[in-house]
Ligand binder design. Structure first.
Ligand code: GLN
Length: 536
């Protein structure tokens, strides 16, 4: 079948959950046997979010093909179990970069290069990129930001043109907010009406409205919205606050969102959805009442989104073990030898997070020493793994001043050092060791047991690495290098055999854990945390 394009826009305010609605719709179409891709267009001028502070838009997610991208791609992968790539996330910066490169190359043959048609044509080309592969029945494109923002105008203009060109093959879902005014005890539709008018001003008529609300929308509210917005009442849906986002696909399916989309694109024969595995996950969430307390040691603890994928991976693994995850965020900046026992008191496991730069680094060493000495299940990810190595070097190998050259360029013991091919790099954007690399695990290691296989591919995002000159010293003292890249022999996994669970990965397993397929290492870590909890 010809690829159908679904656009998801948002109005009234940001943070309504466009990403979750787009991912949920994908899940519902996949459950009906369609082939679906999710794509996100971000209006900011950064070429990619790789250089952004996580405080801006949350964590930077990494695709298997090594693209640093928006965290919504993480939602897509977790919800749909499908891998995204560089083609699934486009920013204004990338669009302009490409157009300017073409202009410098002389591709526009002397024409004046303009927003319309050159920027919009580039955006349209990017939107159709996935559909043109012939691999998808549906491409769901989420437009970042809020309708009415100056910076999203070129994206909306491109959507307007595509809707016009594609006719029934394109559908637009607009997500808005219906506030409840407690004093008047009323749900207010005016912001939704205004937001649709804003879209109409750009020449776009939404086909489907999804209204985020804290209270059930009455039929009269839906009729009113339908009347003012040129949308049929049966195309007005509510997205009511749910206890977990994993309920959203089910709540949307109950209302017939997927059927509505299928009918709008002219598909008469509508397959039944198989959501049994998803419902099984929801059922496990409901059944999991026993708490498991996992400490998350990092420097960005004020914003949950900074470690989004780690939080989600822990949640999935805990749920599959019938435990209710209680995350305890611990700022590494405030950790000292004096307070560490109190700060980690009662935890069943500890994750030491990825990161860059030296802020909060000493606290990570303090936490790791305590966890190692008290045999608390501990998972170090990327910088967390590097800190495991440094802490071990200082306190077990007695290499005073051991460090990563990222933190101390003149350290006497550079146990973590800049990768050889990073030494000549001066440009910060997209130049790390990024994306999927093979890793061979040592037979009999904890990592190999967890994976149930010896050869894996995991995603990376780093410039520094374990310095192999020290490998023998570590191995002899008990820290084993149990995973390495088969081509370069870079150390990818370290562990302490004999401990309950003390393991660090140079890669980011959290990027590939999904709702239906929780990651093996997170599963194994949570299992160890449960055992530790029982032993206490
Ligand atoms: N800063 C470290 C490096 O570049 C770790 C990166 C990370 O944790 N993602 O190697």
């Amino acid at each position: 079948m010809e690829t159908k394009y679904i656009f998801v826009t948002g109005g009234v305010v940001s943070s309504l959950g466009k990403g979750i609605i787009a991912a949920s719709l994908a899940r519902l179409l996949l459950a009906r046997g369609y082939r679906v891709a999710n794509q996100k267009l971000d209006p900011y001028i950064n070429v990619d979010p790789g250089t952004l502070n996580p405080y801006e838009h949350g964590e930077c997610y990494v695709t298997i093909d090594g693209h640093e991208c928006d965290l919504d791609l993480g939602h897509y992968e977790r919800f749909t179990d499908q891998r995204t790539t560089r083609a699934n996330n486009i920013t204004t910066g990338r669009v302009y970069q490409s157009v300017i490169n073409k202009e410098r190359h002389g591709d526009y043959l002397g024409k004046t290069v303009q927003i319309v048609p050159h920027i919009t044509d580039e955006i349209k080309r990017d939107i159709k990129l996935l559909g043109n592969t012939g691999k998808y029945d549906f491409v769901i494109t989420e437009i970042g930001g809020v309708v009415g923002d100056i910076e999203s105008l070129p994206f909306l203009e491109s959507v307007r043109q595509l809707k016009w060109e594609m006719g029934r093959n394109a559908v637009l879902v607009h997500l808005t907010y219906v506030p409840y005014i407690a004093a008047a005890k009323e749900l207010k539709t005016k912001p939704t009406q205004h937001s649709v008018k804003e879209l109409q001003r750009e020449g776009i008529q939404p086909d489907i409205l999804v209204m985020r609300t804290e209270h059930d929308l009455t039929t009269s509210v839906r009729r009113k919205v339908a009347l003012f917005c040129n949308v049929t009442p049966d195309a007005c849906f509510q997205s009511i606050d749910c206890p977990t986002v994993f309920e959203v696909p089910i709540r949307m399916d109950e209302q017939g969102l997927a059927e509505c989309v299928l009918s709008k694109v002219g598909i008469e024969e509508r397959p039944k959805a198989d959501l049994s595995a998803w419902n099984n996950f929801l059922h496990m969430i409901e059944q999991s009442t026993e708490e498991l307390r996992i400490g998350i040691v990092g420097k960005y603890v004020e914003l949950e989104d900074s470690y989004k994928s780690i939080n989600e991976s822990l949640y999935q693994a805990a749920t599959y073990h019938h435990r209710k995850l209680k995350k305890v965020f611990i700022s590494s900046e405030g950790l000292t030898g004096e307070n560490i026992a109190r700060k980690l008191d009662g935890l069943d496991g500890v994750v030491v997070c990825p990161g860059f730069g030296s802020r909060g680094i000493d606290g990570k060493f303090v936490a790791l020493k305590y966890c190692r000495e008290n045999d608390i299940p501990t998972f170090g990810i990327c910088l967390g793994m590097q800190c495991m190595v440094i802490e071990f070097a200082r306190n077990v190998l007695h290499l005073a001043g051991a460090n990563s050259t990222e933190m101390d360029s003149s350290t006497p013991y550079n146990v973590i050092d800049l990768m050889e091919d990073q030494k000549s790099i001066t440009n910060y954007g997209g130049t790390m060791r990024l994306g999927g690399y093979a890793c061979h695990l040592k037979e009999g290691s904890m990592a190999a047991k967890a994976y149930g296989t010896l050869d894996i591919v995991e995603r990376h995002r780093h410039r520094f690495e374990f310095n192999s000159d020290f490998r023998d010293q570590f191995e002899n003292a008990g820290m084993k290098c149990v995973g390495e890249n088969p081509d370069t022999h870079l150390v990818e996994v370290v562990e302490l055999p004999g401990h309950r669970w003390y393991l660090g990965t140079q890669y980011h397993p959290e990027y590939s854990s999904t709702v239906l397929h929780p990651h093996a290492l997170f599963m194994s870590f949570i299992e160890a945390a449960i055992t530790f909890n029982k032993e206490k």
